[in-house]
Ligand binder design. Structure first.
Ligand code: NAP
Length: 405
């Protein structure tokens, strides 16, 4: 894993450096300034944890140095890294993909860097990396989970990253590149890989306001599929209506709340939407579970597919046996990390396809709550923002945007 490849000699690195004032401007009554080493050592900060637990309780901002890259190593400077639900689950210790706990970031006890997705630029690279076609200034995203992306800088190998070719990167913002590899890919593969929807056929999904949900709406529209989109109801009706309109503008045909989905009249409403039931609802995408997911399955046509990819409500998924026996509904799970590991070239092609849609203005950015991370930004501020993402309804996905680091 990448973290094993991080400079094994950060302590030595510090010994080699000339004696400098400690980077604590506050003590010297000076503004904090970033020290750029003449010896090529990069100063870095990362949100790390030593134990699994509630993110605000276990996260801390850790500073360390990265030695100059040689051979197959490169130094990355992060540009944008989202806070995804899986990142939170990983810190809580309930995500199947575990990060690497390491002492290579100059700590006595092993720590792990949080975050799984993001885009970084190469700021220095070893000879072997150059021979593999990488250059300074290239943008890369992480090949798989567990690298640790909530950090200003990192040392990586070519095996840790996927390069965005110059052509792929053209016209793409750091926010788009930093959020393209998980959610849009998940929506894309789920719409394509479990059944072949024909133009005019329907899919239904919950969590429709999520990054995955918004991507599915847009991809579905582009490919000619119709969609029923289930959102969580809001106490504030005007906020609920605003969200419904927003998703319709993205391409949703129908947007309903989880309460409306479980209401008495839903079968009749569904018939109305689908031309008396003649247009089939042949695919369901579920990231919520609980009763609302069961209600969603009940709207599917016989022999349809129901794909579960998340568990936002933390409720189990309950399926009446009749759905399996008589309606022949096929239940699947999907995990983009496993899919990408088995299909690395398809992953790259999927990302390239979505980036192309961004370029052609066929795909809109997800709403984000930008969290500026400058060199001086305090750990408490960053951790408070992570805590915010755990609470209530949000206007956008939390996303670290790195400034002068
Ligand atoms: N299996 C995979 O490969 C894969 C890949 C990517 C994502 N995922 C999963 O997909 C889901 C969405 O991820 P994302 O990154 O797209 O999300 P996101 O953009 O961060 O948004 C989170 C979504 O979860 C909803 N939500 C939060 N708490 C909920 C609850 N208690 N009950 C129902 N819905 C709730 C929110 O609803 P509101 O809009 O009402 O706030 C929001 O739409 C997560 O479960 C994530 O783990 C899975």
């Amino acid at each position: 894993m990448a973290s094993k490849l991080l400079s094994p000699a950060p302590v030595l690195a510090r010994q080699c450096l000339p004696k400098l004032p400690a980077r604590t401007g506050a003590r010297l009554h000076l503004p904090q300034r970033r020290y750029i080493s003449a010896y090529g050592y990069e100063q870095a900060k990362a949100l790390t944890f030593a134990d699994y637990g509630n993110p605000p309780a276990v996260l801390s901002l850790h500073s360390h140095s990265i030695s100059p890259p040689h051979s197959n190593l490169m130094t990355l400077r992060f540009l944008a890294s989202p806070i995804n639900p899986a990142d939170i689950n990983q810190i809580q210790g309930v995500y199947p993909s575990k990060p690497t706990f390491t002492t290579s970031l100059s700590t006595a006890n092993p720590i792990a860097v949080a975050g799984n997705e993001g885009v970084a630029e190469i700021i220095a690279l070893g000879d072997k990396v150059k021979q593999e076609g990488f250059k300074k200034g290239d943008w890369v995203f992480m090949k798989g989970p567990g690298f640790g992306t909530w950090r200003t800088h990192a040392q990586a190998t070519t095996g840790d990253v996927v390069k965005l070719d110059d052509q792929m990167r053209e016209g793409i913002s750091a926010i788009q590149a930093g959020t393209v590899s998980i959610n849009p890919c998940t929506a894309y593969r789920m719409l394509r890989d479990f059944t072949t929807l024909k133009e005019g056929e329907w899919f239904i999904q919950n969590g429709a306001n999520s990054g995955v949900g918004r991507a599915a709406i847009q991809l579905g529209k582009k490919w000619g599929y119709k969609s029923i989109n289930v959102i969580r109801g809001r106490d504030d009706k005007s906020a609920e209506d605003k969200l419904k309109s927003e998703l319709k503008e993205l391409g949703a045909d129908v947007v309903i709340t989880d309460t409306e989905l479980q209401s008495q009249g839903i079968k009749d409403m569904s018939k109305e939407w689908t031309n008396g039931g003649r247009e089939k609802i042949r695919l369901a995408l579920n990231c919520v579970n609980g009763k609302a997911a069961t209600a969603m399955a009940k709207l599917l046509s016989s022999s349809s597919h129901f794909v579960t990819y998340g568990a936002m409500s933390k409720q189990p998924l309950t399926i009446p046996a009749s759905m399996l026996i008589f309606k022949d509904i096929h239940f699947h799970g999907f995990w983009v990390s496993r899919w990408a590991e088995k299909n690395p070239e398809d992953k790259k092609a999927t990302v390239a396809d979505v980036l192309e849609m961004y370029r052609k203005k066929e795909f809109k950015d997800i709403p984000v709550d930008e969290i500026k991370w400058e060199w001086e930004t305090k750990g408490e501020e960053l951790i408070a923002k992570v805590k915010d993402t755990l609470e209530g309804y949000r206007e956008g996905k939390g996303l670290f945007v790195f400034g002068k680091t």
